[in-house]
Design a protein around this ligand. Structure first.
Ligand SMILES: Cc1cc2nc3c(=O)[nH]c(=O)nc-3n(C[C@H](O)[C@H](O)[C@H](O)COP(=O)(O)OP(=O)(O)OC[C@H]3O[C@@H](n4cnc5c(N)ncnc54)[C@H](O)[C@@H]3O)c2cc1C
Length: 401
């Protein structure tokens, strides 16, 4: 039981904002979620929720439903054109709970939104948050909204976060296409690289409710300013390049008949020194952003939301203590994964041929030697470092009650 329910305002009804809304409303707080969208409409294609993130989905009560509409991942395989063989192999753990879960972003969004609303959180669409002072959000409408606690979950474009980020040299275009039976194992994320400057990937994402068959997320890396050139080159030329790059994936490339099927995503990297400022706490991409190479962004947002709910339950009488506790819990995991992501990303998305050679000739063979495969498994699972430092399994259940 909480000592005194707080009024909580959340900016952003994305993955972190809705997870926080579900957990905090269920704990008895009064929660309002502001989003700039007029109607809930998740953008994007597929993503992977790693085992640590799945535990948060379980705490929210939506893991079963997510599993029913998603696809379990057992491994990740990257091959290179140069060696015509594997240059990245990572296997998840053997037990079902240590596997990844790939799904369409809209599936995760719908489930989180339903859970938040069922718990009593109020969604306020067309409510863009453009500023904050003390315990008040300033809205684009000219009004303001006052709460005991403000949560900035407004993502990579947050107007409230002081985070300074670096735009990464490569992003990617993403599309949702039909799964092609037999081309690749259905429990594997499969990628193919040409040095590090070209990457194509196929992520199985299961069968979202309403879809007639299984789907996949198809991605193709592009320099951050390369989208206009890609469009100008034309689809026929791109399909030829894709077929030469990765003949086994031709059945995916052929499904792209309109350039608008692809959405360009640009990536950035940066981490806030301290996610807490007075009564305001930044979670998710508003606090830390990076490339999706390690597939941890959605997990980070889910883990932030869960840690915040736990910290508030552990310090029900003292909000500043709760927020300090939250920042302490997440520091090691966030900084560790952000550093690892910064280290790994250029091996797969950069102009450096030297790094690609190093990856193919040295790092990949080393990664097959004991104990690296086990460490790689923990890395992708999201628990190479403790996701919430100082939180025992027992206290981690606080957010469930
Ligand atoms: C192409 C791509 C692939 C990815 N793949 C993966 C993956 O495989 N695994 C993984 O874990 N992560 C992945 N990520 C990262 C992941 O999607 C993000 O890290 C995650 O969505 C962050 O959650 P969030 O809640 O912080 O922000 P978001 O989910 O982006 O939500 C932000 C919300 O805030 C709203 N908003 C923005 N500004 C305002 C405002 N001023 N006022 C009110 N509302 C506002 C937006 O409308 C949005 O609803 C990927 C990202 C991209 C771009």
């Amino acid at each position: 039981m909480i000592a005194k329910p707080l009024s909580i305002g959340i900016a952003g009804a994305g993955i972190g904002g809705l997870a926080a809304a579900a957990l905090l409303a269920r704990a008895g707080h009064s929660v309002e979620v502001h989003d700039r969208f007029a109607r809930p409409a998740p953008v994007g294609s597929g993503l992977v929720v790693q085992p640590v993130g799945r535990r948060v989905l379980a705490a929210i009560g939506i893991e079963e439903a997510a599993l029913a509409q998603g696809q379990i991942l057992s491994s990740l395989l990257g091959t290179s054109v140069e060696t015509n063989g594997p240059v990245l192999v990572a296997a998840y753990g053997r037990t079902p709970s240590t596997k990844g879960l790939a799904l369409h972003r809209s599936v995760l969004f719908d489930l989180l939104l339903g859970a938040a609303q069922d718990a009593g959180a109020r969604l306020l669409p067309s409510s863009e948050v453009i500023g904050q002072s003390a315990n008040r959000f300033t809205l684009a409408s000219g009004e303001s909204a006052t709460y005991d606690l403000l949560i900035d979950a407004s993502g990579a474009g947050s107007r409230l976060s002081p985070l300074v980020h670096r735009i990464l040299p490569f992003g990617a275009i993403w599309a949702t296409v039909d799964w092609v039976p037999g081309a690749f194992p259905e429990d594997q994320l499969t990628q193919r690289y040409h040095y590090a400057s070209r990457m194509m990937g196929v992520l199985p994402i299961g069968t979202p409710a309403g879809a007639t068959g299984a789907k996949a997320a198809l991605f193709w890396s592009l320099p951050r300013d390369g989208y206009a050139d890609w469009r100008q080159t034309g689809l026929a030329a791109w399909r030829d390049t894709a077929r030469t790059h990765w003949p086994e994936a031709a059945g995916y490339a052929e499904q792209i008949i309109d350039p608008d099927q692809f959405t360009m995503a640009r990536y950035a990297h940066g981490t806030l020194l301290n996610p807490v400022a007075g009564n305001l706490v930044h979670i998710g991409d508003a606090a830390h952003r990076t490339s999706p190479q390690l597939g941890q962004g959605a997990n980070m947002a889910l883990l932030d939301a869960n840690a915040l709910a736990c910290a508030l339950a552990l310090h029900p009488h003292n909000l500043p203590d709760a927020l300090r506790c939250y920042a302490r819990m997440r520091r090691t995991h966030v900084w560790g994964y952000q550093s690892l992501s910064a280290m790994f990303t250029p091996q797969y998305q950069s102009d450096s041929r030297a790094l690609a050679h190093l990856r193919n000739r040295l790092l990949y063979p080393l990664s097959r030697l004991w104990p690296v495969p086990a460490l790689l498994a923990r890395l992708v699972q999201g628990d190479l470092l403790p996701p919430a430092a100082g939180l025992s399994r027992k206290t981690a259940q606080v957010a469930k009650s």
